[in-house]
Each structure stands twice: as structure tokens, then as C-alpha cells.
Design a protein around this ligand. Structure first.
Ligand SMILES: [Zn+2]
Length: 616
């Protein structure tokens, strides 16, 4: 059953039974709807545009500070009154209501964290809901959040009860927080919160259920499981989404029905995908996204300015001539649009991460890498090359780029989509007396997650052998990094047929077979004879070898590993041959050489996405 079949769901803002039915549909179908903090019509439109592109529901939300910004920073917003925050939230909701139907998707409008001192804001929004309800039989907003998590639990729940009683007749949904989301958001600083408050207990969470469910079923819980607002370097707080499963199990036993709780995931920016998957499996129906889209909005403008700075220094005069006008560059519609386009991509990525998409998820997510080898010869050319990587839609395909080691730190901040930077090599041991090498620890310090080893050119010119590469792989995995592990045969073996080809591949895999796992290792198979020689392997030849490698892994590692591990094809893929190669069932992606230096790289990504993701 599609979400469109939920009674009452329509294009535009939905509330009451339709909104609650949609959240139930999400829970039953293992996806969550992302909620994006919006501060302007521009960011609202970006969220709606992404939702329209995917044909999926989205949630627009306003924080107290964001709502005041929406109304205008110059307006008075006194403590205890918060008139601008009230006005801005109402204006934002009205704007969303006006334009959302034109985007053709269902939209929930929500207000974010409301602490005790901000309750006048909550009261003001509820008054607007009640007035709207009188006129149209539904509240203005779909839902609101109360965050009394800093207060003692009994007081927290008592205040939630009081407000839920007021919201229930309008069928307005309440989100509440128990335990504390760490970090800083919208001026509320929880970075010093006691550690035990960062993890809820099954009893804490069940107390919310017993307190609220007699009033209305329409409430969701932002329980704490080590989540933190904002993106920071990995610290000592560990995200434990499996706790949500424990809360569900405890409540299930007490209530006598399966997974009765609806959870909201706060502070999920920068979360690893497997944590999100665990959260979805445990009843998370909404996930807040703010920091990541803030960065996307900013980086769209940053990239525009960097690319066009010569046109943005005065009203007249640019690199094309001292008297050329620059109006078409500084018009806000030009540069704000760059921010929007960047944010739209990030919103789509969040939707995809949360399973909020209309595709049949492939068994193995495609992965395409661009290996720049020892190019370009000057760093001034990096912007042009990075453009090809940033042009890729990295939401349905893992994309990575392997720059020259000397360019890695320069490339990292230039990436504006979800593509990962992946060095072409690493040493076999940590830092120390290893001249000319780079250590995995140094890569981790730069925030890198992936590294490639065993490329045919390293095997050929640097005489890296299977034993050394096995040592390197162990070192990489022990350090918690992921690896692209390259293998492949040369022309004399290929000429002898599949058996001789496989003998080479097997000899290259034999020493690492105990380390192969679908999460942390990707195999890149290179028919070395077909790289840069003009001789191309046919799609049938490529598929035959990939299938044989997978079969060998099934027999020598495990059936699960064989079914899950991704095998990239590294035989000179380009925009022309990518569709045919992508159609091969055992080809999960490409390691692209020459074509990764050109705009056609994005077409290769599109080709494999089109082939591997089926439309529902
Ligand atoms: Zn939050």
C-alpha cells in the first residue's frame, strides 16, 4: 500500500488522522519522514522541491529562533511574550499551506523544541491552531514539539499531559522529549548535560506512554540514545539506536501489542547509515535534519562565490572587461538559487537515507569511484575536476574520488555532495619512520573513511605483492576504515580463458579472504589488459568474471558475504558502455579512470542508478 492510500492523504499540508496515518504508514513500512528546520520561504521551497522530485512526503518545521527570523529580526520578541516567534511560525505555516499543494506532495508542518521558558510561544501557536480549527475543522499546524527534558520527568510529563489535552480535540500531534539530546541547538546548550541523561531507560520511556496514551494516541517520543545536535568530531558520546529496540520491547510487554511507540530521531546529523537503519527498524518515524542542510545551503553559495568571484566585486567590471555589468551575478535570485539547489540535493539525500523514496532498494547499493591517478599536473585545475564529482547525484549511489595524495587535503573542502575522498594508497603500519608514505591515522584525522589499495599500477610499478596488500588491508580494517581492494589479470592470462583469469584473481584474494565483509570492503576488479589500451572487455566477459569471483567468495568465505559484497568493474567504463555494463547482475559499480576527469562521470553514476534502482 502506497502512502497515497492512507485515508485523507493529499497534496498539501495534512493534519489529524491523515498526518497520524502517514506516520503509522512510515512505521509499518520501515521508513521515516525527515523534518527540516526552515527559516525562510527559500528554505521551505528547497524542501518542497526535493519532496516533489522524489514524489515523497516531507516535514517542514520551525524552531523558536527560526520562526522569529521568519518574521524578521527587527521585530520585538520579548522574553515571556515571544510575539515575533509566534508570528513567524504562523506566517511560515501559512506560506507552506499556500504553496505545498502546487508541489504535489503531502507535507506536515511542525514546530521544533519548546523548552519551559518558551511556553508562551507554544501557547501562541495553539491559539492560532484553535482559531484555524474553528474556521476549517483542522489545526493550522500538523504537530508541535514540547521539550521539557531539562525538568524532572514527572513535571515534563505533567506539562505534556496538560497540552495534549488541549491539542487532542483538534487531533494535533504532540512530540515530546525524554532524556536529553546533547550539543547545542538554536541557542540551547546541552553540551554539559550529565551523561546518564543522554540515554533514556525503558522505564522512563514507558512512563511517557502511560502518561499520555489515555489522552490521545497522537504523540511521538524523542527518546535519548546518545544523540547530539550539530556535527562534531567523533567524541565520547556513543550513539546507541539499539536502545530504541529495548524501549519498544519493554513497552510491548506491558501494553500487549507489538512496538507501540513512535520515535523521533534528534541530533542525527553526520550519523552513520547503519545507525539510521537500526533506528528505522525500531520505530523511528521522523528524523530532524538541520545542521546538514545548513551546511548544504551555505556551501551552494560558497561554491558559487568561489567560481564567480571575479564577477562579484563591483557592479561593473569583471574578467571579461572593465565595463561589463555584473547584475546577473549579484541578483539575489542568482546566488540564493545556488544555495537552494545545493540544499535540494541534501534534502533528497536525507529522504533516501531514511527510506523515504519510491524505489525498490537494490540488494547492493551501487558504488562508483573516480581514480584521478597522478593528475592533474597543477592544483589550479582541481576546481574543474571536482565539478565533475559534485555534479553526481550521490544519494542513490556511493560515490568516491581518489585524488593524488598531494591534493587530498585541497579536494576535501571542495566536495559539496555526499561523495567521499578516498586516497589511492596507504602504508602498512601507522605513523613513524616511513618516508614517502601516508598512514591511515592521518587519513582518519582528516575525516576520511575510505582508502584504495592494490591498484594494478601499484602492483606493477611499485611491486606491491599479495602479502603486503594483506598486511595493509588488516591495518586499514583494524583502524576502522573501509577499503577499495583492487584485483585483476593481465592479457596473457585473459587469453588463456576464464580459468586462468580466475587463478590470478583467486591468488590475489586468497590471503585476504578472512577479511572480506560487505560493509567494509569493496572489490574493484580490473581487467588490466583493458585499461587504457583501447581493447575493451565485452559486458558478457565482465559479467562472467564478476560472477566467478562472487561464486568463489560464496565457496571460500560465506554465502552472506558473496551476496552482500560489492564488486566494481575497473575496465575503462565510460558514459557509452556504462548502461550495458550496469545491466550485468554481478557488476555493482565502476572504478573509473580517464572518464572520471570529464563531465561524463556523472552520466556513469546516473546509468548505474537507473539500472539498479527499480521504480515502485
Ligand atoms: Zn532536536
Amino acid at each position: 500500500m502506497s502512502f497515497w492510500d492512507v485515508p485523507g492523504v493529499k497534496a498539501g499540508v495534512i493534519t489529524g488522522d491523515a498526518a497520524w496515518g502517514l506516520l503509522k504508514h512510515a512505521k509499518d513500512n520501515g521508513y521515516a519522514i525527515p523534518a527540516f528546520n526552515c527559516t525562510s520561504t527559500s528554505t521551505i521551497n528547497s524542501v518542497l522541491e526535493a519532496g516533489k522530485k522524489l514524489g515523497r512526503p516531507v516535514i517542514i518545521q520551525f524552531s523558536e529562533g527560526g520562526a522569529a527570523f521568519m518574521a524578521g529580526k527587527s521585530l520585538p520578541n520579548e522574553k515571556g511574550v515571544l510575539q515575533a516567534s509566534i508570528l513567524g511560525a504562523i506566517a511560515g505555516a501559512q506560506f507552506a499551506r499556500a504553496v505545498a499543494p502546487a508541489y504535489g506532495i503531502p507535507v506536515l508542518v511542525h514546530s521544533d523544541h519548546c523548552a519551559k521558558k518558551l511556553l508562551p510561544w507554544f501557547d501562541g501557536m495553539l491559539e492560532a491552531d484553535e482559531a484555524y480549527f474553528k474556521l476549517y475543522g483542522e489545526p493550522l499546524f500538523s504537530s508541535h514539539m514540547l521539550d521539557l527534558s531539562e525538568e524532572p520527568d514527572e513535571e515534563n510529563i505533567a506539562i505534556c499531559q496538560k497540552y495534549l489535552k488541549r491539542m487532542a480535540p483538534m487531533k494535533c500531534i504532540l512530540e515530546m522529549e525524554i532524556g536529553i539530546t546533547g550539543g547545542v541547538e538554536d541557542g540551547v546548550d546541552n553540551s554539559g548535560a550529565a551523561k546518564e541523561k543522554l540515554y533514556s531507560t525503558p522505564e522512563d520511556v514507558y512512563a511517557v506512554y502511560t502518561g499520555l496514551s489515555p489522552i490521545s494516541e497522537m504523540f511521538t517520543i524523542a527518546a535519548a540514545f546518545g544523540n547530539v545536535h550539530g556535527v562534531y568530531k567523533a567524541g565520547n558520546v556513543v550513539l546507541r539506536p539499539e536502545l530504541l529496540g529495548e524501549f519498544q520491547a519493554y513497552a510491548s510487554k506491558k501494553v500487549g501489542s507489538q512496538n507501540p511507540l513512535f520515535f523521533v530521531f534528534h541530533g542525527g546529523s553526520g550519523s552513520e547509515k547503519h545507525h539510521i537503519t537500526t533506528a528505522l527498524g525500531n520505530g523511528v518515524v521522523k528524523m530532524n535534519v538541520d545542521t546538514d542542510t545548513q551546511w548544504a545551503y551555505w556551501s551552494g553559495l560558497k561554491n558559487f562565490y568561489q567560481a564567480k568571484s571575479g564577477y562579484l566585486q563591483g557592479q561593473i567590471g569583471n574578467p571579461e572587461g572593465a565595463d561589463k555589468p555584473n547584475k546577473s551575478y549579484y541578483d539575489p535570485r542568482k546566488w540564493i538559487r545556488e544555495s537552494e539547489t545545493s540544499m535540494v540535493k541534501r534534502v533528497q539525500e536525507s529522504c533516501t537515507d531514511l527510506g523515504n523514496h519510491n524505489f525498490v532498494t537494490p540488494k547492493r547499493k551501487p558504488i562508483v569511484g573516480g581514480n584521478w591517478k597522478c593528475n592533474p599536473e597543477c592544483s589550479s585545475k582541481l576546481d574543474g575536476l571536482v565539478k565533475n564529482i559534485n555534479a553526481c547525484d550521490a544519494s542513490l549511489c556511493d560515490v568516491y574520488v581518489c585524488p593524488s595524495t598531494i591534493h587530498v587535503t585541497e579536494v576535501i573542502p571542495k566536495i559539496s555532495n555526499a561523495a567521499k575522498v578516498c586516497p589511492q594508497n596507504c602504508n602498512f603500519k601507522g605513523c613513524g619512520a616511513y618516508t614517502g608514505e601516508m598512514a591511515v591515522e592521518q587519513m582518519k584525522d582528516l575525516g576520511l573513511q575510505w582508502v584504495m589499495i592494490g591498484h594494478s599500477e601499484r602492483r606493477e610499478y611499485c611491486e606491491e605483492d599479495d602479502t603486503l596488500l594483506a598486511t595493509k588491508l588488516k591495518y586499514i580494517l583494524d583502524a576502522g576504515m573501509k577499503c577499495i581492494f583492487c584485483i585483476g589479470e593481465k592479457l596473457p592470462e585473459r587469453e588463456k580463458g576464464l580459468e586462468a583469469t580466475m587463478a590470478v584473481c583467486i591468488s590475489q584474494l586468497e590471503q585476504v579472504k578472512g577479511m572480506l565483509d560487505p560493509v567494509n570492503v569493496v572489490i574493484a576488479y580490473e581487467p588490466v589488459w583493458a585499461i587504457g589500451t583501447g581493447v575493451t572487455a565485452t559486458a558478457a566477459q565482465a559479467q562472467e568474471t564478476h560472477a566467478a569471483i562472487r561464486k568463489w567468495i560464496a565457496a571460500n568465505v560465506s554465502a552472506e558475504c558473496a551476496a552482500g559484497i560489492r564488486i566494481q568493474y575497473g575496465g575503462s567504463a565510460n558514459a557509452k558502455n556504462a548502461p550495458e555494463l550496469s545491466a550485468c547482475p554481478d557488476i555493482d559499480g565502476f572504478l573509473v579512470g580517464g572518464a572520471s576527469l570529464k563531465p561524463e562521470f556523472a552520466e556513469i553514476v546516473d546509468a548505474i542508478v537507473a539500472e539498479k534502482w527499480g521504480k515502485k
